[in-house]
Design a protein around this ligand. Sequence first.
Ligand SMILES: [Zn+2]
Length: 123
Amino acid sequence: MTILAHHRYSVHPPPSERVRGQVKDWLPIFAALGVTLRGRGPWLSGRCPFHDDHSPSFSANRTTGSWRCWSGCGSGSVFDLAARLRGIPFGEAVRLVADIAGVPMNPPPRRRSGPPRMWGTWR
Ligand SMILES: [Zn+2]
């Protein structure tokens, strides 16, 4: 079933990857999630939303959506950020980010065989 495996990843990438491929600038997404970022270039800094931050410990890349707190709150993608900030599952965070970004999240066309895939569990 090599064709199926190929099909799965080329035509139906995980929703988080589909959203990621559509967003060219993550700054508005960070802003919509309540993280204010400053700076020039791809890496911006701001106050970390996860701890009582008095200096900008939070770095985020507006091109890739990656972020990191230098005080130890962790790092991840915008989806991880949304999930942690809102206390929602990863799949819901992907939908939230897609909604903010204006990326349509229509279910992909159904495959010819097999049960429906649990899209929300994909990373
Ligand atoms: Zn932090």
